[in-house]
Write a protein that binds this ligand. Structure first.
Ligand code: BMA
Length: 372
C-alpha cells in the first residue's frame, strides 16, 4: 500500500509544480503551455510585432493590410512563428489600436496564426485609468495608488479590463475553439517611461495592480485562453529582475525587452549585456519552473548588415528561450525586421539556415496545441 501512495504523491507533486497558473485554462492553452515547456532547447522561435498587419516595400514606403503578406515571409518564404499584437486604445472602444491596426483585422490575424500552428502574444499600451486622456507614456506618479484609492478610477479600470476580456474571449476559430494567447501586461517596468514604471510606483503597488488585473481577467471575467507573461526592461541582477515579480502563482512566462541602440559603437557591450540577461533569465526560469522568452528586442533600421549572426544568434541559440520577438516595421525610420531589399536580409537567411531559429514551419512541427 505504501509504495503506490508515495508514487501517486510524487506524480501529483510533479504535476502540480508543472502546472500553469490558471487551473481552468482551455485544453489548447494547457497544451501550449506544456509544449512550450517540454520543447525548450529545441530551437528558438522568431517573432515579429504586427507582422501581418503592415510593413515596408522595397522603396521604404508602407504597405498596409494586404492579405497573406508579411515582410518576413517575403524575404524568407515563411511567416514568423510568433506574432505580437497590442491592445492600446481598446479602452475606448476604438475600432483601431494605437498603431492603427483595426481590432477586427487583428482578431483574424490571431486566428490565422493559430490555424498555422504559430503563437500570438499581446501587450497593452493602455492609457491612464486616473486621467484617461493621458497615454502610457505620460508619466504620472502614483497612478496605481490613485486607481485603487478612488472608486471612480477603479470602476473605469474595471470597465477597460471588461473590454480586454471581451476581446480575448472573441478570439475563436470557425469551429468555436478559443485561441490561446500570451498576455503580457505592464511591461518594461524596470524602466520609467510608462506610468507603471519603476519611478512611478512602489514594488507593492506594481504587484497589487498585477494581481488585481490577472485575478479580474481569469476569475471574474472567466478568460481561460491566456498565459501570463512578466517582462522587464534592462535589469542588473536577479534581485533587480525579481524586485517587482508578482509571484509564481501569477506568472506563466518570464521575459525581458532589450533594444540595441548606438550600433556599431555599442556592439560588444550590447552583446555582453544581452548574454548576461539571457543567462540570468534562464536561471530564473529554472528556479521558478517557468517558460522564458525575449519578449521584445531589435535594432532600429537594422543598420548592422550582419546583426543576426554576429549579435543575436550566438546569444539565443541552444538556450531555453521559447522565442524572441522583434518590434514592428512601422515606417522607413522605425523598423526591426528585414523587408525586401533591406541590407540585413542575407544575414537573416543565414541565421535561419543554422536551423536554430524557427519560423512558421518550425512552430508547426512542434504541434504546440496538441497533447503529446
Ligand atoms: C513603440 C513605437 C511606437 C508604438 C508603440 C506601441 O516602441 O513603435 O510607435 O506606438 O511602440 O506599439
Amino acid at each position: 500500500m505504501k509504495k503506490p501512495f508515495l508514487f501517486t504523491l510524487a506524480i501529483f507533486i510533479a504535476a502540480t509544480s508543472f502546472a500553469q497558473i490558471d487551473k481552468k485554462a482551455t485544453k489548447e492553452t494547457r497544451n501550449l503551455y506544456n509544449n512550450l515547456k517540454a520543447l525548450q532547447k529545441q530551437g528558438v522561435m522568431f517573432g515579429h510585432q504586427d507582422g501581418l498587419a503592415y510593413g515596408l516595400n522595397p522603396d521604404g514606403t508602407r504597405w498596409v493590410g494586404q492579405k497573406d503578406r508579411s515582410d518576413v515571409k517575403t524575404v524568407s518564404g515563411e511567416y514568423p512563428a510568433v506574432l505580437g499584437w497590442d491592445l492600446g486604445k481598446i479602452e475606448f472602444d476604438s475600432s483601431r489600436n494605437l498603431d492603427k491596426v483595426p481590432f477586427a483585422q487583428m482578431r483574424q490575424y490571431i486566428v490565422d496564426t493559430y490555424n498555422r500552428g504559430g503563437v500570438n502574444t499581446i501587450s497593452w499600451h493602455l492609457n491612464n485609468p486616473t486621467a484617461p486622456k493621458k497615454t502610457s507614456w505620460d508619466k504620472v506618479d502614483s497612478t496605481i495608488r490613485h486607481t485603487f484609492y478612488t472608486p471612480e478610477n477603479l470602476k473605469r479600470y474595471e470597465s477597460w479590463l471588461d473590454k480586454v476580456a471581451n476581446f480575448l474571449k472573441s478570439l475563436k476559430t470557425k469551429n468555436g475553439v478559443l485561441v490561446p494567447v500570451i498576455f503580457r501586461p505592464y511591461h518594461e517596468h524596470t524602466g520609467s517611461w510608462f506610468w507603471w514604471g519603476a519611478d512611478h510606483c512602489t514594488p507593492e503597488e506594481y504587484k497589487k495592480m498585477w494581481h488585481f488585473t490577472v485575478d479580474y481577467l481569469i476569475n471574474k471575467k472567466d478568460v481561460h485562453n491566456i498565459l501570463i507573461a512578466y517582462s522587464t526592461d534592462r535589469f542588473n541582477s536577479k534581485e533587480h529582475y525579481l524586485e517587482r515579480y508578482p509571484g509564481n502563482n501569477y506568472v506563466d512566462l518570464v521575459g525581458f525587452d532589450l533594444y540595441h541602440r548606438n550600433a556599431p559603437a555599442s556592439n560588444e557591450q550590447f552583446k555582453k549585456d544581452f548574454q548576461r540577461m539571457v543567462n540570468t533569465l534562464e536561471e530564473i526560469a529554472i528556479e521558478n519552473d517557468k517558460i522564458c522568452a525575449v519578449t521584445e528586442m531589435g535594432l532600429e533600421q537594422l543598420t548592422e548588415a550582419n546583426w543576426w549572426t554576429n549579435i543575436v544568434l550566438p546569444v539565443v541559440q541552444d538556450t531555453r528561450l521559447s522565442y524572441f520577438l522583434v518590434w514592428r516595421n512601422g515606417y522607413d525610420r522605425h523598423y526591426y525586421a528585414p523587408y525586401e531589399g533591406q541590407k540585413s536580409v542575407p544575414d537573416f537567411l543565414k541565421m535561419l539556415q543554422s536551423g536554430k531559429v524557427l519560423l512558421e514551419k518550425g512552430a508547426e512541427q512542434k504541434h504546440l496545441y496538441q497533447k503529446k
